[in-house]
Design a protein around this ligand. Structure first.
Ligand code: PLP
Length: 400
């Protein structure tokens, strides 16, 4: 997945354009910038990449989720349904807006279970936030149908799935709003950055203003702009956008390498009957940023991931005890350890975390191994790695 592995001449050229004119701000300074508008150019590039009418760059993927929800009016007391397997950013963004994250089970896609979503809907539910984890996707048709039936917003966090598709549509472009991250480890990276995509003009205009202090961006005199509503600073800088622009232009090259490496390993593991690959919904095409598979039980998965690291097969994880991505280690959320007061409504809204057990999610995450697919591996290296992985898995299975 990480685009930083292949930094080259193009990234340097784009950054130097910005340093040469000294304008690091994405808006204004028209006279000084010698025609360089890296953020605007990147937004146009991403409109094509993600087949979306509007793209608003922001300062991170977490900012993208926050701005996406805010631009559609999600706020205090609203419930947002999200999966138990994601990144901590998902509930952070929801809580930043005073809304209540409602965590529900995943299924064998490693994404939101449609049945679990339907069960969690209450009169307070405003949005469903699907997270396309590890390069693949949840069952989008079923989730879309639920959202249509209950008149809910569908927000897609596609931070880990840049380049994946569902029924011909890029992941991120299926819901009402899509969110991307270009942080240091993502497929397209610019250090810190993100994007909100949508086909809805009102949401886009809201995102544009909200991410820049509520400024309306009308006219040439920045100090005279009005504020239709309150906003904050979630802007990207021109330096970050310059790196992102180079990386976005190289995305097809990255995805081709990723796919090649993914397929070599997948084909090798397919010979082991105990290895079951994650379910990809019909019509779905993974981005190949990660290869995910299930082993018979937690014990086997734990042994395999340990043996992988001992044998030098790096970047493969079992997320059951992972503190970044899975609910079991989110004590700070469960115990509401906040530096500042949290509203009574949100506190009450999160009480379910004390009793809910999420056994279905445990069932899938306990048995799962998730392997990062790197871009810098040569074909020979991937083949050797695949051979080693098969050896390790077979030897663990034999000792069981
Ligand atoms: C990386 C990531 C984010 C947050 O992105 P940042 O740019 O690091 O803030 C959100 N959701 C998922 C699924 C991610 O992987």
């Amino acid at each position: 997945m990480p685009g930083f592995e292949l930094f080259g001449e193009l990234e340097r050229k784009e950054v130097n354009d910005v340093l040469d004119n000294g304008v690091l701000m994405r808006y204004g300074f028209d006279g000084m910038r010698k025609g360089h508008w890296k953020s605007k150019e990147l937004e146009q590039e991403l409109q094509n990449t993600f087949q979306s009418k509007y793209v608003q760059l922001v300062s991170s993927g977490t900012a993208a989720v926050t701005v996406a929800l805010a631009s559609a009016g999600v706020g205090a007391g609203d419930e947002v349904i999200m999966p138990t397997f994601t990144f901590v950013a998902s509930f952070e963004a929801i809580m930043m807006l005073g809304a209540i994250p409602i965590l529900v089970d995943i299924d064998d896609t490693l994404g939101l279970s449609p049945e679990a979503v339907e069960k969690a809907i209450t009169p307070k539910t405003k949005a469903v936030m699907v997270v396309q984890m590890c390069g693949s996707m949840a069952n989008m048709d079923a989730l879309q149908a639920i959202c249509n039936k209950h008149n809910l917003l569908l927000v897609e966090d596609a931070c880990q799935a840049i380049g994946g598709n569902y029924k011909g549509k890029p992941l991120g472009s299926i819901g009402d709003l899509g969110c991307f991250s270009f942080d240091f480890v993502k497929t397209i990276t610019c250090g810190e950055g993100g994007a909100v995509i949508t086909n809805n003009k009102t949401y886009y205009t809201n995102a544009d203003h909200y991410s820049d202090h509520g400024h309306d961006h009308v006219g040439n005199d920045r100090g005279a702009e009005t504020h239709p509503f309150l906003g904050y600073n979630f802007r990207i800088s021109e330096l970050h956008a310059a790196v992102g622009l180079a990386q976005a232009k190289r995305l097809p090259e990255f995805l081709e390498i990723q796919k090649r490496n993914f397929n070599i390993i997948k084909e090798a593991l397919a010979d082991i009957p105990e290895v079951i690959f994650r379910t990809v919904p019909e019509g779905g095409e993974e981005s190949c940023a990660f290869l995910n598979f299930f082993l018979p039980d937690l014990e086997t998965a734990t042994k395999v991931s340990q043996a992988f690291s001992e044998k030098g097969v790096d970047a493969c994880w079992n997320y059951y005890n992972n503190s970044w991505h899975y609910i079991r280690k989110w004590d700070h959320l469960e115990d509401l350890k906040s530096l500042h007061p949290i509203s009574t409504e949100v506190k009450k809204g999160l009480e379910y975390l004390q009793t809910e057990s999420f056994e279905k999610s445990d069932h899938y995450i306990a048995r799962n191994i998730s392997c990062l697919i790197k871009l810098s591996w040569t074909e020979q290296e991937v083949k050797e790695r695949a051979g080693k992985m098969v050896e390790v898995i077979n030897s663990v299975l034999q000792t069981n």
